[in-house]
Ligand binder design. Structure first.
Ligand code: AMP
Ligand code: MG
Length: 420
């Protein structure tokens, strides 16, 4: 038995003709091997890349104990719990300008936020609460020793890994790494993904539409979805329903790509020559997934490239991409941890039709009513109605076993947009 067939045969409840979405996800996951190649990049270009190594600080951040507020650096030993104490101001410490002396008994130093805490001092009193009389600073009782001080290494400690290999570099990561002074970091090579559309009825945008033809929209949604993942894109255009053309496209894609994403040609009526051809070129499984939309899907391997053969219907392309391909590509790109789409439960604003035995991905609009988040479905939910995706801001996920949903019942949603 071949590799992929052996792996999926070990999955409990694996049935290629009525595959539970979770089993399909598990089958894909079990077959994937992340790319191992890494490369150094300048930090300023590293947004969206995946760390190839742990980030281990060589310095403490902050490097010194420093003031968290504008105020006065004092010795806690001088403070009184039940009475005001009057100290003599002997100098000033600014951010970036270290006070060279040391604070003795009965003395204080004026400090600004970020200033290195002067030697001898261990506490900062905020300026708003002191009474100033020339160089005499009166401090009210009730101060806590060590208050308003940021300690050396309290953010990052030398030698203690902060971001692990497999982490996506986001805006905060860029900030953390730059706070360590690192100008270059090692990241995984970008994933290379070939994508193309199949179908004799397809026309490219910018050309006239012949009778019976439709414009190829899947290549644009795929371009958009793949771009968001930060992969390198190779657009192979439209491939006709012709064995020689498809063979050529798949062969050359498998030579240059880590993954191939196609749309169309995998439904039962169409799949015969595709199935035979893909079977000759590599190892590809054809699934009927218990889901709506997006029932047929092919998954496998041609040469070194993983193949995701998505259905042709425009909504089905997007749903299967987000439910299976996105996660798979992130794993291949080297991401660690749980990369599944975030999901939470909110009340459904209206009743929803659903039959048990398949997972449904309705297109929804999360909205707020009297301060409470709710979800409603966009209008028509047909798998060819791409407007339902364009108007939506989330998927409403109706799980396999669920039946009809009444207004007010909680449903799971996957928001399209993340914050960071
Ligand atoms: P298929 O899975 O190839 O049988 O296609 C199913 C439906 O999706 C048909 O109505 C196709 O015309 C339509 N379709 C397939 N590919 C595309 C595409 N790239 N852009 C827009 N519609 C498509
Ligand atoms: Mg087709």
């Amino acid at each position: 038995m071949s590799d992929i067939a052996r792996i999926v045969s070990c999955i409990d409840g694996y049935d290629p003709d009525a595959l539970h979405v979770e089993k399909a996800r598990a089958a894909i996951r079990a077959c994937l091997a992340p790319i191992a190649v890494s490369e150094p990049v300048p930090l300023r270009t590293a947004l969206g890349r995946v760390l190839a190594e742990d980030i281990v600080p060589s310095i403490d951040v902050p490097g010194h104990d420093n003031s968290a507020m504008d105020g006065y650096a004092v010795r806690s030993a001088d403070l009184k719990s039940d009475a005001e104490c009057v100290l003599e101001e002997i100098g000033t410490a600014l951010a970036g300008r270290v006070y060279q002396g040391s604070v003795g008994a009965g003395q204080c130093v004026r400090v600004m936020t970020g200033a290195v805490l002067p030697a001898g001092a261990d506490t900062v009193v905020v300026q708003e609460i002191v009474r100033i009389d020339g160089k005499r600073i009166a401090i009210p009782p009730g101060q806590r020793p060590k208050q308003n001080v940021r300690y050396a290494g309290e953010d990052l400690k030398a030698g203690v890994a902060v971001l692990k290999a497999g982490t996506l570099v986001g805006p905060a990561g860029l900030g953390v790494i730059s706070s360590l002074g690192m100008a270059r970091i090692s990241v995984r090579r970008r994933l290379r993904v070939v994508f193309f559309s199949t179908g004799d009825e397809l026309s490219s945008v910018g050309t006239p539409l012949a009778q019976g033809q439709v414009y190829d929209s899947n290549r644009y949604t795929l371009r958009g979805m793949l771009s968001r993942l930060g992969v390198e894109l190779l657009d192979f255009g439209i491939v006709r329903d012709d064995p020689a053309e498809l063979e050529h496209a798949l062969r050359s894609a498998s030579l240059s790509a880590d993954a191939i994403v196609t749309s169309g040609g995998v439904s039962v009526g169409e799949a015969d020559f595709v199935r035979r051809l893909m079977g000759e070129l590599g190892e590809v499984l054809f699934w009927k997934i218990a889901m709506r939309p997006g029932r047929p899907m092919a998954f496998g391997r041609i040469g070194n490239a993983f193949l995701f053969g998505l259905p042709g219907n425009p909504v089905a392309v997007m749903v299967t991409f987000y439910q299976f391909v996105r996660e798979a590509l992130l794993v291949l790109a080297g991401r660690s941890g749980d990369v599944a789409p975030a999901s939470f439960r909110v009340p459904s604003a209206a009743a929803l039709r659903k039959i048990p035995g398949r997972t449904e991905y309705q297109r929804g609009i999360l909205f707020r009513e009297n301060g409470e988040w709710k979800v409603r479905a966009t209008g028509q939910q047909g798998s060819g109605v791409l407007r339902s995706m364009a108007e939506a801001n989330c998927f409403i996920v109706l799980e396999h076993e669920r039946g009809a949903i009444a207004a007010g019942d909680p449903v799971s949603v996957q928001p399209f947009d993340g914050l960071v």
